[in-house]
Design a binder for this molecule. Structure first.
Ligand code: ZN
Length: 198
């Protein structure tokens, strides 16, 4: 038997689809929304729609940005011959927070994950291959350390190595399975400094 209105049930189902939201949290969020004023709910949904309408992938590094070319790719102060490959815009932000990295990035928007059917064509690899035709001195692989990140790193290494471009992988200090965004700045910088040639 349905205890709630089917509208609420549908709302709970939508929240439960979000990453990291279990059934209990989804219920809590749905009832929270029902208790909000119409203006609050409209502000929330407008914010989602606006973000979705205005944010796009940078034409160069594939990060999420509201410009055609993101501020990092557009900056003349950045060393465009060093590309750090990360999985997500959040990982890129973690390195940017350290304020120490002067190269540019490439954001894959995911990692190879055969278990979930995510292959090389489902992440932003083709765009990276295009960029490697330019004047690139080093590619730093900074995918997360874990099964998917490692599989992606190995694929990248085998792809880039034959081009003669130097390939390195961020090193020790980053805990296995650790998400880059959760790691403190000192650890991130140590991992970057200690990167190992592949
Ligand atoms: Zn960019």
């Amino acid at each position: 038997m349905d205890y709630y209105s089917s509208y609420i049930t549908k709302l709970i189902e939508e929240f439960a689809r979000l990453p990291g939201i279990g059934n209990k949290s989804a219920q809590r969020l749905a009832f929270h929304v029902m208790n909000q004023s119409d203006e609050q709910v409209k502000h929330f949904t407008d914010t989602i729609l606006e973000a979705k309408a205005n944010v796009q992938y940078c034409k160069c590094c594939c990060t999420l940005t509201d410009k055609e070319i993101c501020p990092i790719c557009a900056s003349p102060k950045r060393d465009a011959s060093t590309i750090m490959v990360v999985e997500t815009t959040k990982d890129m932000a973690a390195y940017e927070k350290t304020g120490q990295y002067e190269g540019v990035y490439h954001v894959l928007q995911g990692a190879i994950d055969p278990m979930r059917g995510i292959g090389v064509n489902d992440i932003r690899l083709r765009e990276l291959v295009e960029r490697l035709k330019g004047d690139i001195k080093e590619v730093i692989i900074a995918t997360n350390l874990g099964v998917e990140g490692d599989a992606t790193a190995l694929y990248l290494r085998n792809l880039i190595k034959p081009t003669g471009i130097k390939v390195t992988r961020i090193a020790s200090g980053v805990p296995v399975g650790g998400d880059l965004e959760c790691i403190d700045e000192v650890t991130l910088l140590r991992a970057l400094d200690g990167r190992i040639e592949q």
